[in-house]
Design a binder for this molecule. Structure first.
Ligand SMILES: NC(=O)c1ccc[n+]([C@@H]2O[C@H](COP(=O)([O-])OP(=O)(O)OC[C@H]3O[C@@H](n4cnc5c(N)ncnc54)[C@H](O)[C@@H]3O)[C@@H](O)[C@H]2O)c1
Length: 316
């Protein structure tokens, strides 16, 4: 198939392109290079800001000339804290970009879309593992843009769009050094950055009602996550059902202390950490229920926490 990958020069997008090429698909990337890195990818790259006034026209021309089979839409801003400070910018970029994309797809009769959503749509669910049927209650503008984005994809069924929303849990690790995440926004890259600066990684809260008192998250290797997109594209190609939402995680939780232990092992450094108070907005436990993606897409992860942390450390 021929795939259009927005945000293709980003951390996850570049892994998706690599996985798509390995599966025999051809790819064209769109990216405004705001956080993306052009030499991560070896396919045509169109430099375009999807939220800009001219984007819809440019997308229509591109779609008419390239005849894509499906779109994987990853382009977005993703910093939770920044989204609280600049909510308008987040709504404009994340939803304006998606709006332009959907209008162009509708105009050119391009009807398959995989959308990058997030576990941030759930907010603070008080459950052992969160399933797609849990009511979404995002607690910040970033998570809200992802939930509204899902609704936009769902509503586009009216003109025949077949859509899959993938709710990623905590994405980390790398397939190769060149594709490594350049941003430090979750525990693993933040802790690695601290170690590189000879600082003790911070632990926010060790008094949660979890077995070791620290927060628990579901870490998924970015190469596994990329594979989920390839499964989703194949599913849309066959499936008559026009819309679905899937968690993408491992179904297993790891605590902050378990991640730091894995990092001690990966780095060979017996470093200390610095326990501080809880941060606002951190659910004690956020772990994916992965039954739906396993049963519907046949997707399971290959990599565990040790491999995630080791690959991130080796690339740092
Ligand atoms: N990394 C995570 O843990 C995580 C978790 C859940 C969801 N997501 C989602 O996955 C997607 C990819 O995230 P990532 O981690 O690869 O981030 P990233 O910042 O590395 O990638 C995003 C890419 O989109 C591009 N981009 C941003 N705004 C754009 C615009 N208006 N027009 C064109 N290009 C634009 C950036 O230049 C970048 O290359 C995002 O939608 C993000 O919200 C990421």
């Amino acid at each position: 198939m021929k795939l259009l990958v927005t945000g293709g020069a980003g951390y996850i997008g570049s892994h998706v392109i690599r996985a798509a090429q390995a599966a025999g698909h051809s790819t064209v990337a769109i990216d405004n290079l705001s956080t993306g890195v052009s030499n991560r990818i070896n396919c045509p790259l169109i430099e375009l800001d999807l939220a800009s006034p001219g984007a819809q026209g440019e997308l229509i021309s591109l779609m008419k000339s390239e005849n894509f089979d499906a779109v994987i839409h990853l382009a977005a801003r993703k910093q939770v804290g920044e989204s609280v400070q600049q909510p308008e910018g987040y709504f404009l970029d994340n939803l304006g970009g998606l709006g332009n994309l959907l209008l162009a797809m509708r105009a050119t009769n391009l009807k398959s879309l995989v959308f990058s959503s997030s576990a941030a749509t759930y907010g603070m669910p008080d459950v052992e593992s969160v399933s797609e049927d849990e009511s979404p209650k995002p607690i910040n503008p970033y998570g809200q843009t992802k939930l509204i984005g899902e609704w936009m994809v769902k509503n586009a069924q009216v003109w025949g769009l077949k859509g899959v929303n993938l709710r990623y849990f905590n994405v980390a690790g790398t397939a190769t050094k060149e594709l490594n995440d350049t941003a430090a926004l979750n525990l693993i890259p933040i802790a690695i950055r601290a170690l590189k600066n000879s600082e003790a990684p911070k632990v926010f809260g060790a008094d949660y009602e979890t077995p070791d008192g620290s927060c628990i998250r579901d870490y998924v290797h970015v190469a596994d996550l990329a594979e989920a997109h390839i499964r989703a594209v194949a599913y849309l190609d066959q499936e008559q059902r026009p819309f679905d939402t899937f968690n993408v995680g491992t179904g297993n939780g790891a605590s902050v202390f378990e991640v730091l232990q894995a990092l001690r092992k990966a780095s060979g450094e017996n470093f200390a950490w610095d326990v501080q108070g809880r941060r606002a907005g951190d659910p004690p436990r956020l772990v994916a229920n992965v039954t739906r993606i396993e049963q519907t897409l046949g997707f399971t992860t290959k990599f565990g926490l040790e491999e995630i942390v080791q690959s991130a450390w080796d690339a740092s």
